[in-house]
Ligand binder design. Structure first.
Ligand SMILES: *[C@@H]1O[C@H](CO)[C@@H](O)[C@H](O)[C@H]1NC(C)=O
Ligand SMILES: *[C@@H]1O[C@H](CO)[C@@H](O)[C@H](O)[C@H]1NC(C)=O
Ligand SMILES: *[C@@H]1O[C@H](CO)[C@@H](O)[C@H](O)[C@H]1NC(C)=O
Length: 585
């Protein structure tokens, strides 16, 4: 196809010389005439959508006709794996084609994602995103929606981690994720995350001293009691102030480099984003473009615009999924109307599994996983197996299902090859070009092994041996669920990966997903003759993989996660609580 043309190198040697420029244009035109144009891209990521929420994946009661239609006109992947079970690391991997440990976008403690806009961590600019490479090839690029990969480094306006520095010409959306704190009346994420921080021993210690003092066994000086009470009051006041002002500091809507609404009102966000996407497509219909449309729905706290409220059979969650589907339909309609359908590659996926712990006033606000176990924040299939459809009429076959393991990291090499850029050779790329598999040129995925990390910790490994249909998955540890026999961590709101919250397995737990996709019955050396062989192959693969890891700064370390007041974006003055509303609609 056109790819050979794009490898002439004309583009890369092109500097400011007009002659080269003209010859480049001639080559481009010749290429286009000879072999068809490189495609445009519309890459759509829904937030926390479950694989069981879509009609094309078996849901019979939610109406997702637009996404289902894409599956009919293209390829549906049934074993598409998010590179991480949480937003920030999964999205870092998606954009760079690399396991998030390679860019330092995985935490060691909790939380494993950014939750404060004025923090200093983020996707390092050394990383190459597919958008950056597409832009270098002349593509017009935009990110509309959620970013969640950092903002500032040293000042409140250096925007070092901003999408502009990662290859997106245009940005309209939110720098973080949509937190409960951004919707009045939905509580705060901090209760869930920090409620377990005052260590039990500290509380037991204070209580013991208090009882002993009351009983007269020991005498605590009045001064000490007063000082402790004063400290505690200060702490409570600080925490209260923090929670009250949190939305003003963290719920920002940004257009390019400007904060346009603070705190934003979520209700019509999907409507506004869709409008923005339609305008972007209209403005760029005559040149190659790449649109990354990153839904803010269906993350909690849920929201929908008035016209979708109460429309679905599944409460507010179902309403939100149906608004997402409507928005996808609008974008597809625009492609049709601009006659871009045939030369646009469309991809729709979710960043990770549904958030099963969110129940609001007795109503389920997380999605559905079909037959898969557990959800977001775990590496059980329910946390990482995400829906994925690809459409490129006339190139990608219609109505085809592919069951081989694929990853959201595969979009990187797929896009980079299609735009005619070179795959970077100075770094490990973990994604694999999807086109040979999707076009039916090969039967097997190139992903013999996939490594499943929980934050920075290697949690499980998937092995699809070249000579067998088995999909082995081996867990080195699993999260401790609460309540005990559920598949959720309701006590902590999400499952954590650190020692206190998991059970280590030695020998590791083994499943064969080809026979047991729901991960019900672990295999052991006693009932699986291949257990030892699988274990040693996986150990060897882990060893080889570990050798490719290098030490990188941890972007989610505590100093990189906490609030730095001097990094706080603020669209009025702090005394007006950074409030503003400059956006239309
Ligand atoms: C469809 O999705 C909803 C919302 O997540 C879920 O409650 C329901 O069980 C699903 N239905 C089917 C038939 O899969
Ligand atoms: C959202 O849009 C509807 C009209 O579609 C409007 O009535 C409503 O006031 C808007 N909400 C906000 C918060 O702007
Ligand atoms: C959980 O399941 C196990 C095995 O079925 C059972 O022995 C145990 O009592 C259950 N625990 C609770 C809290 O229900």
């Amino acid at each position: 196809m056109f790819v050979c043309c794009y490898h002439t190198g004309a583009q890369r040697t092109m500097k400011y010389s007009c002659i080269l420029c003209i010859s480049h244009l001639v080559i481009m035109t010749w290429c286009a005439a000879q072999e068809g144009k490189p495609p445009n891209f519309v890459l759509i990521v829904v937030d926390d959508l479950g694989i069981g929420d879509l009609g094309c994946y078996g849901n019979t009661t939610l109406r997702t006709s637009n996404i289902d239609q894409l599956a009919k006109e293209g390829v549906k992947l049934t074993q598409h794996i998010g590179a991480a079970p949480l937003c920030t690391p999964s999205r870092a991997a998606f954009l760079t084609g690399r396991y998030p440990v390679r860019s330092g976008m995985t935490g060691h403690a909790r939380p494993g994602v950014f939750i404060i806009a004025g923090s200093s961590g983020g996707l390092p600019t050394k990383e190459l995103t597919f958008a950056k490479l597409a832009k270098q090839q002349g593509y017009s690029t935009a990110l509309i929606g959620k970013w969640h990969l950092g903002l500032n480094c040293e000042r409140s306006d250096d925007l070092c981690h901003h999408p502009h520095n990662h290859g997106f010409d245009h940005f309209y959306g939110i720098p973080l994720t949509h937190l409960p704190d951004c919707k009045p009346g939905h509580g705060t994420i901090f209760i869930n995350i920090f409620i377990h921080i005052p260590s039990r021993s500290l509380m037991v210690g204070v209580a013991t001293v208090a009882i002993l003092h009351v009983l007269g066994v020991i005498v605590v000086l009045r001064k000490v009691i007063l000082a402790a009470a004063f400290l505690a009051a200060l702490l409570v006041a600080f925490a209260g102030l923090f929670l009250l002002t949190f939305p003003h500091f963290n719920c920002l809507l940004i257009r390019n480099r400007e904060v346009v609404e603070q705190p934003y009102v979520s209700e019509n966000l999907t409507q506004k984003m869709t409008q923005e996407a339609v305008e972007f497509l209209e403005m760029n219909s005559r040149q190659p473009f790449l649109l990354f449309f990153s839904f803010i729905q269906v993350h909690s706290a849920l929201f929908v615009s008035p016209r979708f409220k109460g429309r679905s059979k599944h409460g507010l969650y179902g309403d939100a999924v149906e608004e997402v589907d409507w928005s996808v339909g609008k974008i597809m309609e625009t492609l049709d109307h601009l006659k871009l359908r045939d030369n646009t590659l469309v991809y729709v996926t979710s960043d990770n599994g549904p958030h099963l712990e969110v129940v609001f006033k007795g109503e389920m606000h997380g999605g559905f996983n079909g037959i898969y176990k557990a959800g977001k924040s775990t590496n059980w299939e329910g946390g990482i197996r995400v829906p994925a459809v690809l459409r490129w009429p006339g190139v990608i076959p219609a109505n085809k299902q592919i069951d081989e393991p694929t990853s959201n990291m595969d979009i990187f090499p797929t896009v980079v090859n299609l735009v005619g850029a070179a795959i970077p050779e100075d770094r490990e790329i973990d994604g694999r070009d999807l086109m040979p598999l999707v076009l039916g040129q090969v039967e097997r995925s190139e992903h013999e092994f996939l490594f499943h990390y929980c934050n920075s910790y290697l949690n499980a490994v998937r092995w699809h041996p070249a000579n067998s249909n088995s999909i082995w998955k081996m867990f080195f540890f699993t999260p401790n669920f609460y309540p005990e026999n559920s598949t959720t961590c309701t006590h902590t709101h999400i499952c954590f990966c650190t020692k206190e919250y998991v059970t280590a397995h030695d020998p590791p737990l083994l499943f064969d997903l080809s026979k047991d996709p729901s991960e019900r019955s672990p295999l052991s050396p006693d009932n699986e003759p291949l257990y030892k062989e699988v274990l040693s192959s996986i150990r060897e693969a882990v060893h080889r993989h570990t050798l490719t890891l290098t030490d990188v700064p941890n972007q989610l370390s505590l100093p990189n996660l906490i609030w730095n007041p001097w990094l706080q974006p603020c669209c009025s003055s702090p005394f007006q609580l950074c409030q503003c509303e400059k956006d239309r609609m």
